[in-house]
Design a protein around this ligand. Structure first.
Ligand code: SF4
Ligand code: SF4
Length: 164
């Protein structure tokens, strides 16, 4: 008789413990119900990148003095700066400029050290391509202004910021 009572007491204790854990589980679930979903329905929804996001590099041809500082500070000497020396005025004239985004690691060194600020990092991150050679962008492609996602009314902008 006494052992049966102890057994029932043990069952009761286990039932209370189980109810406690179920209650804790429901608390966590209800806590998540109050939060906004993290999943973004890309490409119909997009996150807003942070101000310091390092996306595609923008280049201003007219400002470049062909000093090649960007090449020297690049960890992989990536920017290709083609120039000719104009002997009469003893100045370099830029002929073409290109960066291969298939190789670039978006470290931002070239932007940081360019003496004329002709390079800047944009919020553009959609660079995928079927042909890797298309990622090698010349001055015309690099000079294209980025499309801000906040101006694209076909998609919904999510305020959670990308902070890479
Ligand atoms: S550092 Fe700036 S100015 Fe100098 S070559 Fe590079 S992009 Fe042109
Ligand atoms: S972002 Fe970095 S890796 Fe890319 S070109 Fe500039 S310095 Fe080189």
């Amino acid at each position: 008789m006494f052992s049966t009572l102890i057994e029932f007491g043990g069952y009761g204790h286990q039932a209370i413990e189980a109810a406690k854990y179920i209650g804790q589980g429901f608390t966590v679930t209800s806590d998540h119900l109050n939060r906004s979903p993290i999943t973004v329905q890309y490409p119909y929804e997009k996150n807003v990148s942070s101000e310091r996001f390092r996306g595609r590099i923008h280049f201003e041809f007219d400002k470049c003095i062909a000093c090649e500082v960007c090449v020297r500070v690049c960890p992989i000497n990536l920017p290709v700066v083609d120039w000719i020396l104009m002997k009469d005025i003893r100045k370099k004239r830029l002929r073409s400029y290109s960066i291969d985004f298939g190789v670039c690691i978006f470290c931002g060194n070239c932007v940081e050290y360019c003496p004329t600020n002709c390079l800047s990092m944009t919020e553009e991150y959609e660079l995928s391509s079927y042909d890797r050679h298309e990622l090698n962008q010349d001055q015309t492609a690099l000079g294209r202004l980025p499309i801000s996602i906040s101006q694209d009314f076909s998609i919904q902008v999510i305020s959670t910021q990308l902070t890479f």
